[in-house]
Design a protein around this ligand. Structure first.
Ligand SMILES: C[S@@+](CC[C@H](N)C(=O)[O-])C[C@H]1O[C@@H](n2cnc3c(N)ncnc32)[C@H](O)[C@@H]1O
Ligand code: SF4
Length: 374
């Protein structure tokens, strides 16, 4: 089974924290849509498996017309073997959601919404320079539900300066009250080339605090658990049957095809990524030079397996390490794992090792201690 990721590189306005690939100019919109369709047509031999998930990400896919979404979906169905009941997700921003837009999207096969709420507080939305306001954040979920979708996930950001613990609890409670079955929650990260970084450096914005992120993360874990959510990945919390099938397949090492500028693909052995520049991507299409690629070494692949496995409830299977990577990787891992089992950082269930609940806040550090370095 495989997945298809479609990157729509347009946004209405730049959120201060964001370093995903997008532009706020729609000048090349039609050319990009055509290029995405061209990619889908010309790369079909890369995916011979059935496609079980399709994901429109960005950027902001709801910025483009639903007719464009339909054109892209038609190209997927015409060129790939899509299973009977695929998961088809669209990332949506609250300010794009209205009755008319939902009516159009309802005519498509999209069956899952991922809405970038980020916060239900006006002051946070302004701090982040989001295009939507508090009322739109509140109303869009009901609109999507009323239009007939129940598979809805929202993105929230925590560790936000000037946001009190009470404010963070309020955000989580609103999510519970609105009845969404899935939440993705990310710690605010200051990326290099973002306005947020400049604002902090110039002293106009307060810096983010690791302590605040950690205490918000603890609240997040406790509260989602109390409300019946399963933390199936470090940043993802879903009710039973509502885990993201698309993202889960990334984390379980399945193949995926990514189309559009900046999109990544994985074919089991190598990774490739399209240029994160709309102009160069469009120019490169003519000469097949719109991407770069690398073949994963055994060490890369092993480290990736550790990294994704330990972030999820599926953990790392020692049997799989032995079978797929051989005796040397297995022995080295086993020695380190034994120590970490003793000091309570890891737990073992059958042949699978997982980060213990108490050590979940140190996931990144533990994982890098287990990495093999060539
Ligand atoms: C591809 S992005 C945005 C999708 C959509 N355009 C939106 O804004 O909702 C997916 C999510 O990553 C999160 N994100 C992006 N940059 C981040 C950062 N620097 N720190 C924390 N979360 C971030 C946001 O929650 C965002 O909704
Ligand atoms: S967070 Fe979403 S809307 Fe904001 S700039 Fe990034 S991709 Fe665009």
């Amino acid at each position: 089974m495989a997945g298809i990721y479609i990157h729509i590189p347009f946004c209405k306005q730049r959120c201060y924290y964001c370093d995903f690939h997008f532009t706020t100019s729609l000048k090349n919109k039609d050319a990009i849509i055509n290029a995405i369709i061209f990619e889908l047509e010309t790369r079909k031999t890369e995916i011979t498996e059935e496609v079980k998930t399709i994901y429109f990400g960005g950027g902001t896919p709801t910025v483009i017309a639903s007719t464009d979404i339909v054109k892209i979906l038609d190209a997927v169905y015409q060129n790939y073997d899509v299973i009977e009941e695929p998961e088809i997700t669209i990332e949506a921003n609250p300010d794009d959601i209205n009755v008319e837009k939902l009516k159009e999207l309802k005519k498509t096969a999209i069956n899952r919404f991922s809405v970038g709420i980020q916060s239900f507080h006006q002051k946070d939305l302004e701090f982040m320079n989001r295009a939507h306001d508090k009322n739109q954040a509140e109303e869009c979920i009901s609109l999507i539900k009323d239009a007939g979708w129940d598979n809805i996930t929202i993105d929230l950001i925590y560790g936000v300066p000037n946001q009190s613990e009470q404010d963070w609890r309020y955000n989580l409670n609103r999510a519970f009250e609105l009845g969404v079955p899935h939440i993705s929650a990310y710690a605010l990260t200051v990326e290099d080339k973002t306005p947020l970084n400049k604002l902090i450096k110039s002293g106009k914005y307060p810096n983010v605090s690791d302590e605040k992120a950690l205490s918000d993360f603890k609240v997040l874990i406790d509260e989602t658990k109390k409300h019946g959510f399963i933390q199936y990945e470090i940043s993802n919390f879903g009710k039973e049957n509502y885990f993201s099938r698309h993202n889960s397949s990334y984390w379980q090492g399945e193949k995926y095809l990514g189309v559009g500028p900046s999109a990544h693909s994985f074919n089991g052995q190598s990774r490739r990524w399209n240029l994160a520049n709309n102009k160069l991507y469009l120019e490169g299409l003519r000469s097949n030079s719109y991407f770069e690629a690398e073949v994963l070494t055994a060490t890369d692949s092993f480290n990736e397996y550790l990294m994704t496995g330990l972030r999820t409830i599926w953990g790392v299977s020692l049997d799989r390490v032995l079978n797929d990577y051989g005796e040397e990787f297995y022995r080295e891992l086993l020695t380190k794992v034994d120590d970490m089992l003793k000091n309570g950082k890891l737990v073992k269930k059958g042949d699978v090792v997982l980060i213990s609940e108490a050590a979940r806040f140190q996931t990144d550090g533990i994982t890098s201690d287990l990495f093999v370095v060539d």
